[in-house]
Ligand binder design. Structure first.
Ligand code: 4F9
Length: 251
């Protein structure tokens, strides 16, 4: 999986990529990330990357030429990326499905925007899509780019050691995760649900599925509309809803 990140703060982006799971993916040769300094694609003595907005107003706007030249250089050196993503709070949100789609493209360029603005011609004629990582403003798109790279890279086979853990992750399953516990079985009076230490694998699976459904119902009910539910899941959900009814009625 190839990534090319274009930024005015290359050092901000590079360090986190050397750590953790993405770092290991890079070491193993499964992920290849190049970070490009946008200023290297300017042609003026002062390496100017932004300018005042036409029509007036506060803030600066990122100039189109350096961004177009950066992507042109990436195309020449690394081949045409399958997507040119502009990080932007105006874009559709990053989801598991978006991360899977980008993973399948094998080569993604990410342009780190800034909220004050990016010349509209970049959005219309250079970026193939915009992606937001949430409804808040960041000082720049660098952290958003890192979030995108992390979410996509961990879906590349072999990057996460345990493939089963990736396919079982919440959002991969369409549900929130079930609660996890580790030793000790009792800590300061707080106990681990006995079924988990029972060794009954069938019962453990059922308990986990029910707990995942309960948590999703409680916190993110809208996810249930798009997750793949079995007949048994629907039966459990009905049970959970009835339980909720009874508890609600008792109060
Ligand atoms: C990008 C915010 C993606 C949320 C880019 C300032 C941004 C952002 N998601 N904020 N520049």
């Amino acid at each position: 999986m190839k990534f090319d990140i274009v930024t005015i703060f290359p050092e901000m982006v590079k360090a986190p990529l050397t750590e953790g799971i993405v770092g290991r993916g890079i070491e193993r040769g499964l992920v290849d990330v190049r970070v490009h300094d946008l200023r290297d694609f300017t042609t003026d003595r002062h390496k100017v990357v932004d300018d005042v907005p036409f029509g007036g107003g506060p803030g600066m706007v990122m100039k189109p030429e350096p961004l177009f030249r950066a992507v042109e250089t990436i195309r020449a050196d690394r081949g045409a990326p399958g997507a040119v993503v502009l990080t932007s709070p105006d874009g559709p949100p990053l989801t598991h499905a978006v991360a899977e789609r980008l993973r399948d493209l094998k080569h993604v360029a990410v342009l780190c925007g800034r909220y004050e603005g990016v010349d509209e011609r970049v959005r219309q004629h250079l970026a193939t899509e915009e992606i937001s990582i949430g409804d808040y403003v960041l000082s720049g798109g660098e952290l958003a780019a890192l979030v995108i790279v992390d979410a996509v890279a961990r879906l590349v086979p072999g990057v996460v050691g345990d493939a089963e853990s990736v396919s079982r992750d919440s959002f991969a399953t369409g549900l929130l995760d079930f609660p996890q516990y580790t030793r000790p079985a009792e800590f300061e009076g707080m106990v681990v649900p006995p079924v988990l230490v029972s060794g009954h694998h069938g019962e453990i699976e059922r308990w986990r599925r029910r707990a995942a459904l309960a948590r999703t119902l409680e916190r993110r009910p809208e996810l249930l509309e798009t997750s793949a539910l079995t007949a048994e899941d629907r039966r459990l959900l009905k049970e959970l809803l009835e339980e909720r009814e009874r508890k609600g009625a008792a109060q």
